[in-house]
Design a protein around this ligand. Structure first.
Ligand code: 2AM
Length: 192
């Protein structure tokens, strides 16, 4: 039974500065740079029939690509921190893409995601790391800001690792239209 989730891949030139954020936090399990991703919709363990339906549904998405920027580092979990993540500068496009994934997954009977979507890239998972050491780490590293990058596709990943740390396998790759392609019908000369 594959464990599936949809995600954005992180380009190599963004992975590199992100990976410089590794280290300096006792008890952190740092994610390997090749496994960085931005989860859109965690689907979970499904059988092959549902997996095929998921693949087909996602193939119906017709959307344009967009720019994204990572802007800040924070921790999830409050007083019991469980992850260090890079956050994303506000992007209606990523919210809309995720909302479409949510709608499509519900249409094929997958349980709604109860948690509010907060786009992020997980950098480390934490266990028994004090909130004070997280605060110290964030004090030093929290001002991280990446260059903007273009999102021109999303992927369906499978994972065999139940703790969610990778490695991940790209099961399907879905292009997002380039701006130009989206604009084409509008800019086409009128037929005479
Ligand atoms: P995370 O980065 O915030 O931990 C693969 O496991 C991806 O799915 C991870 O990036 C993880 O997000 C995300 N995910 C979302 N909900 C999950 C859940 N209930 N169980 C495991 N992973 C989940």
């Amino acid at each position: 039974m594959p464990r599936l989730f949809t995600a954005l891949e992180i380009p190599d030139d963004i992975r590199e500065p992100l990976s410089m954020l590794r280290g300096g936090l006792p008890g952190a399990r740092w994610i390997d740079a090749e496994n960085y991703h931005l989860t859109l919709r965690f689907i979970g363990d499904v059988d092959d029939i549902i997996a095929r339906e998921v693949t087909t549904m996602l193939g119906q998405i017709r959307r344009g690509g967009f720019e994204l920027r990572l802007d800040g580092v924070t921790a999830f979990g409050g007083r019991k921190p469980r992850a260090v993540v890079a956050t994303v500068a506000p992007s209606p496009a990523v919210m809309e893409l995720q909302a479409e994934h949510e709608r499509l997954m519900q249409r094929i009977g997958i349980e709604p995601e109860g948690r509010k979507f907060t786009p992020h890239v997980t950098l480390a998972r934490l266990r028994d790391t004090s909130s004070q050491s997280v605060a110290d780490y964030l004090g030093a590293r929290g001002a991280f800001r990446s260059a903007p990058f273009t999102v021109s596709n999303f992927v369906l990943f499978s994972s065999r690792d139940s703790v969610g740390g990778g490695p991940y396998l790209v099961e399907a790759d879905y292009p997002l239209a380039r701006d130009q392609e989206k604009r084409e019908p509008v800019s086409r000369p009128l037929a005479r």
